[in-house]
Design a protein around this ligand. Structure first.
Ligand SMILES: Nc1ncnc2c1ncn2[C@@H]1O[C@H](COP(=O)(O)OP(=O)(O)OP(=O)(O)O)[C@@H](O)[C@H]1O
Ligand SMILES: [Mg+2]
Length: 271
């Protein structure tokens, strides 16, 4: 499949513009010659086997990694030529690794409100009441309204995931990055989270979104585009319906797969 031509420098509504980006570590290509463009109103899902480079790609998009080769623009800033600390405040990132850094005794509302200062752990005694009100509203939207004062360490996996998503939204980011948000959730928790991600995806005020997942079943309705990644290169990318075919998924995962579509949800199994 031909990769779309990327306009460099990107226009105002372009959130991500990667042109032949490679990430090389110890002589290995984690990402190889990858071109990708994401617009403000797009919601992307990235699928691929373990080690395909999904998290590496997300770390590039988060400004936490620079390309070894190629040019990468995020929110109009060129990686390697810009102050990434400033850029990072414009990006919401939700990963499991981050959750592990939160002190277990931290209250849920504080986990979210501290995002305004890009810190982990409560270090101020008082917050701006507007920040607290915003954190409360986000937590309520994510179904966490009854748990504002609970200690983070006592939450279930699903409740933690929802808290971290509220935290990622706290700074009103222009780009939202989610690495395997449904990992470790039971069926009810997964479906609940997918419903909330669908609401976010369909809200025109939401930021551009990029979600990494292992399962086509976990693609929230409302997501518009897909990328299939294998060994650091794109197998297919573009409008979701065109990308999620049995042929493309079979190439990506290296097993013969059948893909079914039920309304706005997908399912895959061995062919
Ligand atoms: N600093 C590094 N040096 C060498 N290899 C690395 C480094 N960081 C990651 N890798 C390797 O790069 C590959 C891609 O890693 P990445 O975490 O992006 O994969 P992934 O698609 O997110 O996989 P998973 O589905 O298991 O989370 C893996 O093989 C990993 O071992
Ligand atoms: Mg990963």
């Amino acid at each position: 499949m031909l990769e779309p031509a990327v306009r460099i420098p990107p226009h105002d509504d372009t959130v991500i513009a990667f042109d032949r980006v490679s990430v090389i570590r110890s002589g290995n290509f984690l990402v190889r010659g990858l071109s990708w463009q994401v617009e403000l109103d797009e919601r992307w899902v990235i699928l691929g086997p373990n080690g395909a480079g999904k998290t590496t790609l997300l770390n590039l998009a988060a400004g936490r990694l620079h390309p070894s080769r190629g040019t990468a623009f995020v929110l109009g800033e060129r990686l390697g030529r810009t102050d990434v600390n400033e850029l990072r405040t414009r990006i919401g990132l939700s990963t499991g690794q981050f959750g592990e850094r939160i002190p277990p005794a931290e209250r849920v509302i504080d986990v979210v409100v501290t995002a305004a200062w890009s810190v982990v752990g409560r270090w101020r005694e008082t917050y701006d009441p507007m920040d607290t009100a915003r954190a409360r509203r986000l937590l309520e939207q994510l179904g966490m309204g009854a748990l504002l004062d609970r200690e983070f360490g006592t939450l279930s996996e699903g409740e933690r995931k929802r808290t971290l998503i509220a935290r990622a939204l706290m700074t009103d980011p222009e780009l939202m990055l989610l690495d395997e948000p449904s990992a470790g959730l039971d069926l009810g928790g997964r479906e609940d989270l997918i419903g909330r991600l669908t609401e976010l995806a369909l809200d025109p005020d939401s930021p551009a979104m990029v979600l990494v997942t292992h399962h086509v079943e976990e693609i929230p309705p409302g997501f518009t585009h897909g990328m299939l990644l294998r060994e650091g290169t794109i197998v297919a990318s573009g409008p979701l319906g065109e990308v999620m075919t049995a042929d493309n998924l079979t190439k990506t995962f290296g097993v013969a797969l059948q893909v079914d579509r039920f309304g706005d949800r997908y399912a895959a199994r061995a062919a």
